[in-house]
Every structure is written in C-alpha cells, then in structure tokens.
Design a protein around this ligand. Structure first.
Ligand code: FAD
Length: 375
C-alpha cells in the first residue's frame, strides 16, 4: 500500500486521516498553518486565559447521531445552547425572531396564533414568486422586521444589496411563534470542554498518521498513492479559470479585566443596523461557562469584507459568476486522477462542522471500499 497525502489538518483532513490509518494506510497530513483544526481552531488567549475561537465562534450542532457519537469519542461535549441577541435601532432583541421579539418589537402581548396572524398581515403577499433575498424576506416577514433584522446584517455580511442576492439564501421562514430562542433546531448541541483543537488533536493521534505543520502541499516533492485535498479547489488548479469569490472576516479583539467583568452578558450579540460597521460581537468566555473566569474577558468585533488574494477565505459567495467558474473547476477535479477534493474549500461550499465530518467519513469509506480486494 502506498502513502496517502492529506492536505489540511481541519476536521476534513483529520477525520479522513484517522479512518485511513485505522484501516492500515500510512498518511501524511500537511497544513501550511502553524496549528491544527483549520478554521475551528481554539486556543487559550495568553492575556486573559479565555479559550478563544480564533477564526470566529463555532457551536457544534447536529441531527446526525453517528457524527455526534464521533465527536464525543474524541472529547467531552458540554451542554450548550446558543442564544443570540441583537442590538437594533437602540433596543436589544432575542434571536432568531420569536414571539418575544415580535411582542417587544411591536409593543404587543400576542399569543402564538395572534402573532402569526399579525405577521402574516404585514407580509408582502403580493410577491408571489420571490426572486431575490429581499423579496423572499418581505414575502415572509414584511417591511418592518425585514428592515430591522435582515437588511443591514445581510448587506454588511455579503457586501451587496439584499435585492441583488438570490432568494435561495433565505431558505426557511426565519420566524418562531413561541418563546424558543435556541438559535439551532438540531437535537444535539454542545461545546467541547477542552476546545476544538484538542478534539482534532485526538483524532490525529493514531499510529500511521504523520503531521507536518507549516508545510504547503505545493512544497511537497514525494510520490503518493492518493491525495485528499481540503485546500481551495481553484488554488489546486493554479487559478486557471480565475479566482472563486469569497468573503473574508476581520476580528478586532478587545480585552478587559476587573471583578465580575462581563462585556455584553451573552456569547453573541448581532448588530444588524447598517451604520454599525461590524456584524456581531462574540464574548468568548460565554462559550465556556463551566470555566468560570470572573475577572477577565475578551471580545471579537467581526467585520466582513471582500476577500483579497492574501486574505483567509471564509464564506463562498456562490453567485452566478462563481457558479459558472465552479462548474469548470468541478469538471477539472473530476478528471484529475488520484485526487479527492473535500471540505469547505475543496468543494467551495459553506459546510457546518457536522456536515464536514459526515462528508469526510463518507469520502474515506468510499475510498476504502474501492481499495478493498475483491473476494
Ligand atoms: C465565521 C464562521 C463561523 C462558523 N461557525 C460554525 C458553527 O458555529 N458551527 C459549525 O458547525 N460550523 C461553523 N463554521 C463552519 C466550519 O468552520 C467548517 O465546517 C470547518 O472549518 C470545515 O473544515 P475543513 O477541514 O473542511 O476546512 P478548514 O477548517 O478550512 O481546514 C482546511 C485547512 O487546509 C489548510 N490548507 C489549505 N490549502 C492548503 C495547502 N495548499 N497546503 C497546506 N495546507 C492547506 C488550511 O490552512 C486549513 O487549515 C463556521 C465557519 C465560519 C467561516
């Protein structure tokens, strides 16, 4: 059996390496960064001692029981429910928009049925087939809720008017007519007690896996039996068809100390107002409440902008031009012998961690099935 190269030590690369190593393959995992866990990397801030999510807040949530068991195998998950707030037009609201938000916003004491009827009376039912994000939002929630909670946030996040974005971005009706303020609908949700990096570390800790950090795939000059590539698909092909568009994020850190210091009282506060330059503020110690760090805190203000050639790609844009370019890269990838493209960058898709793990398990199993000697 020849050696397998796995590009990227995020969840995609780590899970594939583990599956293959357990099946007896020798794997080299390379990552050009100086750390493992990719964009899910967590590390202790040296000044405050708080565990920070360096590339933005990550909450694990899934309906996939096998994936939930998988992460629990490599680290203890603490119960965690993501309850997001929004500061908008001078008031603080509960997200996702729920009965509390609706009653507070409109100054009412509606029951669920009354709220539903009221919002329906505000919805733009004349828009029968919404084509854009804006039309879709107006169709479902009406002008006031759209302008307050969706317009500015979406414009800042994507850098374009919501009237230029496809309706498909807002897939489901983002409203609840009860007081459930759990941001996610999945049955399993939690935060790793020791952070995500510790989980990835344990996944990679198996005989047969060699890890090389600070090493780009392009620097390697060794023969491999097969390559699993979780880097950017356009980069693999030297941007021959052009660069796929991404949004990148800048995080501005602010630290504070003092008895019972608490910047905002919750983990995530969204700022949908268009004139506030950032989209949200994350206060990292609230992602690990069991750690009880009373006298230190660190927050990240999150700014979204177009991704330049030297920036970290975060969110794939996937508008009409990108889709056409992606199709060409996908055709090139399908024709590339001995390489499997995986992960959020290798497939140019936004993937939550649970989906990333599921796809990695499936990719490794498909490879192993194809390699198994026929009996
Ligand atoms: C702001 C933000 C918040 C998120 N929040 C959540 C959340 O709350 N819950 C959730 O489930 N998911 C969340 N996600 C999604 C999550 O980040 C992804 O699911 C996950 O990072 C995908 O893992 P991956 O291994 O495919 O990619 P990555 O984590 O990006 O790993 C790829 C690795 O490959 C390396 N690499 C790339 N090219 C090369 C090369 N040529 N040579 C060597 N190394 C290379 C990179 O350095 C990187 O470390 C969020 C994403 C973002 C952007």
């Amino acid at each position: 059996m020849g050696r397998i190269c796995i590009v990227g030590a995020g969840f995609s690369g780590a899970v594939i390496a583990r599956e293959l190593a357990e099946a007896g393959f020798s794997c080299l995992v390379v990552d050009e960064r100086s750390h493992i866990a990719g964009n899910c990397h967590t590390e202790r801030d040296p000044q405050t001692g708080v565990m920070v999510h360096r590339y933005g807040p990550h909450i694990f949530h899934t309906a996939d029981e096998e994936v939930w068991r998988y992460v629990n195998r490599f680290g203890r998950m603490e119960p965690f429910v993501n309850r997001v707030k929004a500061t908008a037009r001078g008031a603080v609201y509960s997200l996702p928009i729920n009965l509390h938000t609706i009653n507070q916003f409109f100054g009412k004491t509606f029951s669920p049925a009354q709220a539903r009827a009221f919002v329906e009376s505000r919805a733009r039912l004349d828009i029968q087939e919404p084509r854009t994000f804006e039309e879709q939002a107006l169709r479902f929630v009406g002008e006031e809720l759209y302008r307050t909670f969706f317009y500015g946030y979406t414009k800042k996040q994507w850098g374009v008017e919501p009237a230029e974005l496809p309706a498909s971005i807002l897939k489901r009706l983002p409203l609840r007519f009860n007081y459930d303020d759990n941001y996610f609908n999945h049955p399993f949700q939690g935060m790793p007690r020791d952070g995500y990096t510790a989980i990835v570390q344990r996944i990679l800790d198996v005989p047969g896996v060699e890890l090389r950090l600070g090493c780009a795939f392009e620097e390697l000059d060794e023969p491999f039996d097969h390559v699993f590539y979780s880097g950017p698909i356009d980069r693999y092909f030297q941007y021959r068809e052009g660069r796929l568009g991404y949004r990148t994020l800048d995080f501005e850190a602010e630290r504070a100390s003092g008895p019972e210091v608490d910047f905002q009282g919750c983990a995530v506060m969204n700022y949908p107002d268009p004139d506030v330059p950032f989209t949200r503020i994350s206060e990292h110690k609230h992602f690990a409440p069991w750690e009880r760090i009373p006298d230190q805190t660190i927050v990240f203000r999150e700014y979204s902008r177009a991704c330049g050639p030297d920036d970290i790609p975060y969110y794939p844009i996937r508008l009409v031009n990108e889709k056409a370019m992606l199709l060409k890269y996908e055709q090139m990838a399908a024709a590339e012998k001995g390489v499997t493209f995986v992960g959020r960058l290798g497939t140019y898709q936004y993937l939550d961690m649970d989906v990333t793990i599921r796809r990695a398990l499936d990719a490794a199993r498909a490879f192993l099935t194809a390699r198994r000697p026929r009996g």
